[in-house]
Design a binder for this molecule. Sequence first.
Ligand code: SF4
Ligand code: SF4
Length: 166
Amino acid sequence: MMLKPNLNELTKLAKDTHIETKKYFVKLKKKTPKNLDYVMQDLHDAEFKKTNCLDCANCCKTTGPLFTSADIERISKHLKQKPQQFIEQYLKVDEDDDYVLQSVPCHFLDSDNTCFIYDVRPKACREFPHTDRKKFNQITDLTLKNIPICPAAYNIVEKMKEKLPL
Ligand code: SF4
Ligand code: SF4
């Protein structure tokens, strides 16, 4: 069923659909539809036409991106800092050896949900929740983690189950 989750109900909806979605993703990997990229692009575009991320910012508040070395170079330059200074001030290394934020909400998130470094923000921020990624069948584990965070990702996956029954 399609619902329009707000952040309060998202946690419950994500929990309630978790097993079903997990099973769906297992089937998706075994039996990937030929038109998957096309359908995902469509669902992603339709969802983000009606979703205003400025009303949400839950990704910036609760998770945060990983920072590639290109991200670190670009952002530190923008902030007129040395990359090493930027790393020491804002980042830490996580269990996968990636640079991530030291704390959330993200330091660069303003009170009106805009991003102080929007033009130079990390690639992962630009691409979140990755629902228009080509070969979506390869990022289902990541998506399962993103669904409880992102109402748009939840909606897109629920629509996906309708559009691509497996
Ligand atoms: S990407 Fe998802 S979690 Fe982030 S602000 Fe937009 S709807 Fe919210
Ligand atoms: S860098 Fe900007 S877009 Fe990325 S998590 Fe922080 S506030 Fe959000």
